[in-house]
Design a protein around this ligand. Structure first.
Ligand code: N2P
Length: 355
């Protein structure tokens, strides 16, 4: 009897130990090494990652997703160069992808973890900024132009010159983005967005300094200003203008006749990312047609996954905000990395902002 009870006691102890060991293993399996849920840190543009995309990934993968935003590619670059190491996912535009590759700041993507890569249209692959897509997959595409409230702004503008019209003093905003905003002035003057002629950059700078007393605000999140009615016109990106029309149906969007910029924003993983594999799983998730459709539904920028269109509401499939006419497309340029000449753009922008 006594013997038996000793035996059963030790059996209980052993079982308890096993259970404890099991719990520890489970905790390690579920969480990071510090016992926390894994957290995917996304650094992106405002209005780019919707709540339903975030929550869908959180639920399915048992992780949390944190989103932080930046206003320009140069802000993103500055953060990374300053040694920010917490980000797992970033969304630089085309030309910035090439700069980040050159700076050795991006991790190579493992295609094995991203089988949905095959869903991307070849139209958006193999571009100049990452010719084999070793570091990037496309997220969305769009243009820069002018959004205006047709109930107030008349006649409808067709030129960048309207942003120098004194009639609209304090009633419009410009992008807080050096390449885009200097780009608008360069285009108005008849130059390329990618000029490497210091005299042309200087002329664009002077144009923007002359414009400054008329500008209400430099802001990349122009949608907010348009919706609030803080401005009646904004230099902005197509999706932001499109989104503003949902609250203010009188908003229109025009790509000025002098031409403008077009972009592909990409998804990349910084070399310093703490959760690279999870980041690749996130990229793979974004490339599912039904998830990718949610990107367009939310951001109002174009999808790079043709099968996503089946999940899009009719009006978003071929909308003119997303798909400019052939003639307009021909007037657009891609921003490119001007190499060492970048310092001229940097200095011009600093001088404009300091005025
Ligand atoms: C979205 C901003 C679009 C990014 N609010 C332009 N590259």
């Amino acid at each position: 009897m006594r013997k038996f009870s000793i035996a059963s006691f030790s059996l209980q102890t052993v079982l308890k130990r096993y259970m404890l060991f099991g719990f520890i293993l489970l905790a390690l399996f579920i969480g990071d090494s510090d016992g926390q849920k894994q957290q995917l840190n996304v650094f992106t543009w405002a209005g780019y990652v919707s709540g339903d995309i975030r929550e869908g990934f959180e639920k399915e993968f048992g992780v949390s997703v944190l989103v932080d935003t930046y206003a320009s590619n140069e802000d993103l670059l500055a953060k990374l160069l300053a040694g920010a190491t917490g980000y797992d996912i970033i969304m630089p535009s085309d030309y910035m992808v090439s700069i980040l590759i050159k700076q050795n700041l991006l991790a190579e993507l493992h295609r094995d973890t991203i089988p949905n890569f095959q869903n991307i249209s070849p139209l958006f692959l193999g571009k100049y900024y990452d010719t084999e897509n070793r570091y990037s997959v496309p997220y969305t595409f769009g243009t820069a132009g002018i959004a205006y409230d047709s109930a107030v702004v008349s006649p409808p503008p067709d030129s960048w010159a309207v942003l120098w019209d004194k009639k609209y003093k304090n009633q419009f905003s410009m992008l807080d983005d050096q390449r885009e905003t200097l780009g608008a002035a360069l285009k108005l003057l008849g130059y390329s967005l990618n000029t490497t002629d210091a005299k042309q950059v200087k002329a664009a700078k002077e144009k923007l300094i002359a414009q400054k007393p008329l500008v209400k605000q430099y802001k990349s999140e122009a949608e907010e200003l348009l919706i609030a009615g803080d401005v009646v016109m904004a230099h902005c990106w197509s999706g932001d203008a499109f989104r503003a029309t949902e609250t203010r149906p009188t908003i229109r969007y025009v790509i000025p006749k002098e031409g403008s910029s077009q972009f592909i924003d990409a998804v990349c993983i910084p070399k310093s990312a703490p959760h690279k594999e999870l980041a690749e799983q996130f990229i793979n998730y974004l490339l599912r047609p039904e998830v990718n459709a949610k990107i367009t539904t939310f951001t109002k920028y174009g999808t790079c996954v043709p099968t996503a269109k089946e999940y899009l509401p009719e009006h978003l499939r071929e909308h003119k905000f997303i798909y400019p006419t052939k003639e307009v497309l021909e007037s657009l340029e891609w921003l490119k990395d001007p190499g060492d000449f970048t310092r001229h753009y940097n200095r011009a922008w600093e001088e404009i902002k300091a005025k």
